[in-house]
Write a protein that binds this ligand. Structure first.
Ligand code: ADE
Length: 225
């Protein structure tokens, strides 16, 4: 997977890039590149935004600036799927994450201020993704959320190959949340561990986990039962 992130704040991704799952994905051949709109802006003095036509508060990221960044990153080669992070986009869930993980190459556009000039949505982005119906200060955190969920689905990103497959909301668990996990100590302040997990009976453990997962799904959505 090649993941290109366009942002005004590439340094916001320093911590993210140092995470084990990202490091593992990179070691397995994935690529993560950061592009600063300011580096390729055709305007003077690093300008990237402007006041909105018609008046109103805030600044808007300019279409010529975003276009220049994409043209510089992809001068001749075919463009990847361009995903714009927006509070009004398609809601990110496990199925959408699977869909995006299947792409060999993704570009993520992070906005700031009041957002992008509408022509970026219309002509430059192929898709819009939201991480929730609330407005954040910019697309950097949503891009990290998207990059995180996509990268940890790649083979080799997690230490244990099975971990992502059996994760909450995955197909393997029929879209249900994951079952509860316990580890040592077996008793802490009187709080114990379900006997079945100590039984050594793999079939009972498997059935118990499936039941727990279904019960949690029903709690999230009572219609799921
Ligand atoms: N940009 C600002 N808020 C956002 C959100 N909730 N999801 C995606 N991008 C955003």
């Amino acid at each position: 997977m090649r993941l290109d992130i366009f942002t005004l704040f590439p340094e916001a991704f320093d911590w993210f890039q140092s995470q084990r799952s990202v490091q593992n994905a990179l070691a397995e051949g994935s690529e993560l590149r950061l592009f600063n709109y300011r580096d390729t802006t055709p305007l003077n003095a690093g300008q990237v935004d402007d006041s909105p036509y018609g008046g109103g508060a805030g600044m808007v990221l300019r279409v010529d600036v975003v276009d220049a960044a994409l043209r510089a990153a992809y001068p001749s080669e075919e463009r990847p799927r361009v995903v714009l992070l927006s509070p009004t986009g398609r809601m990110l869930d496990d199925a959408l994450a699977d869909e995006l993980t299947a792409e060999p190459h993704l570009a993520l556009l992070c906005g700031r201020y009041e957002g992008f000039d509408e022509r970026v949505h219309e002509h430059l982005a192929n898709d819009e993704v939201s991480i929730g119906r609330y407005v954040l200060a910019g697309g950097e955190l949503p891009a990290m959320v998207l990059a995180d969920v996509v990268m940890r689905k790649l083979p080799g990103a997690l230490g244990h190959a099975q971990s992502a497959v059996e994760e909450s909301f995955s197909q393997m668990l029929e879209g249900a949340p994951e079952y509860p996990h316990y580890t040592r100590p077996v008793l802490h302040r009187g709080w114990g561990v379900p006997d079945v997990l100590l039984s050594g009976d793999h079939e009972r453990v498997r059935r118990w986990r499936a039941e727990q997962s279904r019960a949690r799904a029903a709690q999230l959505d009572p219609r799921a039962e």
